[in-house]
Design a binder for this molecule. Sequence first.
Ligand code: URP
Ligand code: ZN
Ligand code: ZN
Ligand code: ZN
Length: 502
Amino acid sequence: MGFELIVTNGTIVTASEVLSPGIEIGVKNGKISCLGMFLPRSDNTLVVDARGGYITPGGVDSHVHFAQDNSPTGDNFTTGSRSSIAGGTTTVIAFASQKKTETTVIRCVEEYHTRAKDQSYCDYGFHLILSNPTPQIMATEMPLLIEQGITSVKLYMTYEPLKLGDAQLLDVLMSARTLGFTTMVHAENSDIISLISTRLEASGHTAPYFHAISRPQIAENEATYRIISLAELTDVPILIVHMSSEIAMKHVRKAQTRMLPIHAETCPQYLFLLSERLKATHGDAFEGAKCVCSPPLRHDPKDLEAMWTGIANGTFTVVSSDHAPSTYGHSGGKKLGLKGDVMRYRDIPNGVPGVETRLPLLFSYAGREKDSRLSLQRFVQLTSSDPAKLYGLEGMKGSIAVGHDADIVIWYNEKELKDGVTIRQSELHHGVDYTPFEGMRVKNWPRLTFLRGKKVWDRDNGGVVGDVLDGKFLKRGKGKIVVGRTGGEVKGMLAGERNYWC
Ligand code: URP
Ligand code: ZN
Ligand code: ZN
Ligand code: ZN
């Protein structure tokens, strides 16, 4: 049997190479089975012409919130995954969220499976949000979940319904040490935020902009340093999610310089948007609610610059979207924060949409042009190959390499799209009613997206051409260390040096 699909006439980019333009991709049974020149065609081969554009691996967005209880007006799997493929992301890792009152996580994960099964245009996995990590769960349920392919957890240091104290954080890190799951941490100091919020509220400062005032960088800096310290003590790798602060990022950088496996993530909102977006605009006093996320957008263009430095110098392992939107204009209050006539930032659900715009925004700055900020290879590392490695999808997702799933994005030839694309809510595919990136111009956009060899997005001919039955649950393996020491499973590596754990 010949190839079912051959992609020709493009420039393939991987995490390490930009291949020469003549190289074709041959696909069999949904997998990349050959990279080479002049691949043989049969009658059954679909030949796709990349028309001189770049070809990158399907995006892996390792931080999206779909169908979570706490965002009832946000995206479900159907709308969220539709938006994903339209922006070139073929794999998402969403969250199954344990409530503090729940004493099991198995049933919780089963519930999230029912929310996703046969309802996803792209492949998906789950991280587990642990808000009540009982000894019983850690000893008996976590090993079962790892067998089921759920090999990562997210811990919160803030948000009353989710947050863990240091003793609980340490307990989970000690389990990670034994079981080898990957630990993500939302690092903000909860007590700092409460103190400021109480005082702001007492003086009537409750408009959306005060969300940013209530969560200063020092809250992120302190919590980041603390979780790095706990991870060093217990000798386990962690990933600090959605970083926005330069000092916090420098804590990560210093830890990495000491070869500690401390990974970090940032998101497009912390590369492009400032807290002025939380102020009233267009005569709508509440419009700032659209840009409420945590950590908040920061005040100074230098803060954005700092995050770009972390992109370029290797501090960040992952750029995710943290797609966590709520509908703005639904009944009952704009993004839920409007009680009568009073705007209360504390009631605004946190999070912005971004799964569809993540790749185009970052790709606009990848390459060798004057305004480029990262190489094409680094673009692939951050958006696809490194999240795949860190979360146990290596060999399957995140590269254009033989044996990998044929998840392929074909971009426009730059000459075809001279003026780029202006981001417009009306052209996006998520279920919510706004984008914080409205009006921004990007240089390029995925023209075609393939999921395991099947065309699921064709921007010029039908748009979303995939189906909700296309997406499969991904049983993930254990993650691999990407920074710190090279190689190895995500699991303590200093064990021999720490005799007090024996
Ligand atoms: O504001 C944000 N990031 N909301 C989503 C939940 C989270 O903490 O990731
Ligand atoms: Zn649950
Ligand atoms: Zn978070
Ligand atoms: Zn999040």
